[in-house]
Design a protein around this ligand. Structure first.
Ligand code: PMP
Length: 362
C-alpha cells in the first residue's frame, strides 16, 4: 500500500473515503471473516451479512443518537428516488411544503410536483441561491416541510433546522452533510441521503424515518417504493446493495474511532475555516459564492477573476495532486468539497496552492 499513489480528493461525490476504510476493505476482500469469500460473494441472508447490516445500523444509531421510534433503512435509487418516495409515502391527498435554497431542493420540488400538491414555502433562486430565505410562508396543514440541509452545488448549509408549524413533520435531504456534525434527530420526521459523500460509496441511500411517518405509507405502492415493507424487512425485502452497505458500516466504525460527530464537526470546521480564510484574505482574487452566514463546511464554491484563470487553476492544481476542484457548471469556477475523510493536511495543501497561485497570477 505504501507505494500506492493517493491524491488530495476534493470531488463532490462520489468522494474521498477514509484510507483506513479502503485498507480494511482491501484486507478483507478475498476472505471476509473466515468465509473464504468476498463480502460481495456471500448471501444477503447469511449470518455474516446480517452481522454487517445490523452492526452498520447500530453504529449509525449510536453516532446520530437515533431514538428507538425511528427506523433506519438502506435503500437504492439514490436521493433522487427519495424525491419521489417521500411524497408517495407521506403526502396522501394533502399538500407538502418545500424550502428551495439550491439546485437539489429545486429538483426535489420538481419530482414532488409530478405526484401531487406541492407548495414552495420560500425560494432564494432570484438571489442566486446564496443564503437562507428571510421569511417562510408555511402551510400549517402541510403533510410535511422539506428542506436541504446542505446544498452541494451552491455551498449553502443550514446550521440549525428551520422550524415547521406545530404538528408539521420536518423532512431533510442531508445527502451532503450527513454525519458531518451532531444533530437532534428528534426534531426530524425523516432524514435521507445518498451515501456517496460522507458515508460511503454510491449505491446505497440511507433513510431514517419516524414510525408515524412509516405508518402513513398507502397500501397500494409498488414494493420497492414502500417504506413500510422496506422498514419491516430490515432493508432485506430483496437483495440489497451488500458491498455498499458493508463499506458504509466501515465508515461508521471509522467515524466512531474519530471520537464521533462532535470531534468530526470540529475537524470539519477547522478545514472549512482554513479555506474561507484564504478566500477572505485574497483581496478579492478568490470570491466565495455563499453569504458568510450560510457558508457550507462541506462544499466551498469560489470564483477567480476570469474563466481562463479558473481553467489554469484546475490544471495546475491537478499537477499538484489536488483533484476534483472544478465547480458545477451552474455556478462555474471552482468547488472544494471537504467531506469527513478529507484531512486538515489536505485542506492546508489546497490553501498553500491557492496562495502560490495568486502570487503567480494575481
Ligand atoms: N441531494 C443532494 C444535496 C445532493 O448533493 C445530491 C447529489 N449530488 C442529490 C440530492 C442527488 O443524489 P443521487 O445522485 O444520490 O440521486
Amino acid at each position: 500500500m505504501s507505494d500506492t499513489k493517493r491524491v488530495f480528493n476534493f470531488n463532490p461525490g462520489p468522494a474521498i473515503l477514509p484510507l483506513e476504510v479502503l485498507q480494511q476493505a482491501q484486507a478483507e476482500m478475498l476472505d471476509f471473516k473466515g468465509t473464504g469469500m468476498s463480502v460481495m460473494e456471500i448471501s444477503h441472508r447469511s449470518k455474516e451479512f446480517e452481522g454487517v447490516i445490523q452492526t452498520a445500523e447500530a453504529d449509525l444509531r449510536e453516532l446520530l443518537g437515533i431514538p428507538a421510534n425511528y427506523k433506519v433503512m438502506f435503500l437504492q435509487g439514490g436521493a433522487h428516488l427519495q424525491f419521489a418516495m417521500i411524497p408517495m409515502n407521506l403526502r396522501a391527498s394533502g399538500s407538502a411544503d418545500y424550502i428551495v435554497t439550491g439546485t437539489w431542493s429545486k429538483t426535489a420540488v420538481k419530482e414532488a410536483q409530478k405526484l401531487g400538491a406541492t407548495r414552495i414555502a420560500a425560494s432564494t433562486e432570484s438571489e442566486g441561491f446564496k443564503g437562507f430565505p428571510e421569511k417562510l410562508d408555511l402551510d400549517p396543514k402541510a403533510a410535511y416541510l422539506h428542506f436541504t440541509s446542505n446544498e452541494t452545488i451552491h455551498g449553502v448549509e443550514y446550521f440549525s433546522e428551520p422550524t415547521p408549524p406545530a404538528g408539521v413533520p420536518l423532512v431533510c435531504d442531508a445527502s451532503s452533510d450527513f454525519i458531518s456534525h451532531p444533530i437532534d434527530v428528534s426534531k426530524y420526521a425523516l432524514i435521507y441521503g445518498g451515501a456517496q459523500k460522507n458515508a460511503g460509496p454510491s449505491g446505497v441511500t440511507i433513510v431514517i424515518a419516524r414510525d408515524d411517518m412509516i405508518a402513513r405509507t398507502p397500501a397500494n405502492l409498488p414494493v420497492m417504493l414502500d417504506y413500510k415493507i422496506m422498514a419491516e424487512s430490515g432493508s432485506l425485502h430483496n437483495t440489497p446493495p451488500c458491498f455498499a452497505i458493508y463499506i458504509v458500516g466501515l465508515v461508521f466504525q471509522w467515524a466512531k474511532k474519530q471520537g464521533g460527530l462532535t470531534a468530526i464537526e470540529k475537524t470539519n470546521r477547522a478545514k472549512a475555516d482554513l479555506v474561507y480564510k484564504a478566500i477572505d484574505e485574497s483581496g478579492g482574487f478568490y470570491r466565495g459564492h455563499a453569504k458568510p452566514e450560510a457558508r457550507s463546511r462541506m462544499n466551498i464554491p469560489f470564483r477567480l477573476p476570469s474563466e481562463e484563470l479558473e481553467e489554469t487553476f484546475t490544471k495546475e492544481a491537478k499537477k499538484n495532486d489536488l483533484i476534483g476542484l472544478k465547480g458545477h457548471r451552474s455556478v462555474g469556477g471552482m468547488r472544494a468539497s471537504l467531506y469527513n475523510a478529507m484531512t486538515v493536511d489536505g485542506a492546508q495543501a489546497l490553501v498553500n496552492f491557492m496562495k502560490e497561485f495568486q502570487k503567480k497570477n494575481g
